[in-house]
Unconditional design. Structure first.
Length: 299
């Protein structure tokens, strides 16, 4: 990303807004009391989380910038349209974390002064966390299917059935966890049928098209010429697959909020830092694959 890039300035703005709305409000007395923290200790934790988030977002923005340059090189090729669709999908995945984090921080700031709005803000956050990756994987799925058709390599019958059965069981486990969540009203603020129809079902659909897209991109990678080219597409596919698995893990964790609230601050930080670090792997893999693709076309 160049210094004059709108993408770079958008990234900087997101980090600044996120940091401001996390650090400017006074530390919550309830949180300080619950975790036996001092204000300086809580602020130190906030800063480390902001830094980790900023690094993850940068990896995502950098990967998209590299992939966008590659897309510009191949836009007139036979696979240019499909690559552009995948690039648009990855942009939505890249925007997903900073947009939801910034909006969540702003809503939390407003909610601290208007407690009657907290339930509505929680619902907004739940849907924001779904809409961006869902739309992103729809674009990626469209592009991946196009690449499969160009390579004349459709998913095998066995692979499709294994994927379907895996997602059925993953969906049933997710539904069970949601239905038996101890504090479901505090997490979702909706009745169970609305949760199933507008959150559980769309998430399972997203996981399916995401994993299918990963498989199709991996298959396409096996059909292209050049070791470096295949490795680049392989890294991209692995990064996308990693993001889907992480999405599933985070949604499972969301249903365990009551359990997480009883953890000590040390174990809670282990969970938070682990999730952030593992998330970063997906964006780093996407960035590495995109960078390699860009370098191939620049040679």
């Amino acid at each position: 990303m160049g210094l004059k890039s709108k993408l770079l300035w958008g990234y900087i703005l997101a980090v600044i807004l996120y940091a401001l709305f996390i650090l400017l409000p006074a530390p919550s007395p309830a949180i300080l009391l619950h975790y036996h923290l001092r204000p300086t200790g809580l602020r130190a934790i906030d800063v480390t989380i902001i830094v980790l988030q900023a690094v993850i977002w940068f990896a995502g923005f950098y990967g998209y910038a590299s992939l966008r340059k590659y897309t510009a090189f191949v836009r007139r090729d036979k696979d240019g349209k499909q690559v552009a669709s995948i690039t648009n999908g990855i942009l939505l995945l890249v925007l997903w974390l900073p947009v939801t984090a910034v909006i969540s921080a702003i809503l939390a700031y407003i909610g601290a002064h208007h407690l009657n709005l907290l339930a509505a803000f929680k619902i907004i956050n739940n849907y924001l966390s779904l809409i961006f990756p869902l739309a992103g994987f729809v674009f990626i799925g469209k592009g991946a299917r196009g690449l499969s058709e160009l390579a004349k390599q459709r998913p095998s019958f066995l692979a499709t059935n294994v994927l379907s059965f895996a997602l059925i069981y993953a969906g049933l486990i997710y539904l069970k966890l949601v239905a038996t969540t101890a504090n479901r009203n505090q997490v979702y603020h909706m009745n169970i049928w609305l949760i199933v129809l507008t959150l559980v079902a769309p998430y399972v659909y997203m996981w399916f098209i995401g994993l299918l897209s990963t498989y199709e991109i991996y298959n396409y990678r096996r059909r292209v010429a050049g070791v470096v080219y295949r490795k680049s597409w392989g890294l991209l596919a692995l990064g996308l697959g990693w993001m889907i698995v992480m999405s599933m893990s985070v949604q499972y964790l969301t249903t365990l909020t009551a359990w997480l609230n009883h953890l000590s601050i040390y174990w809670l930080l282990v969970v938070v830092y682990s999730v952030l670090l593992v998330y970063s792997v997906g964006f780093v893999l996407i960035a590495l694959g995109a960078r390699k693709l860009q370098k191939i076309e620049e040679v």
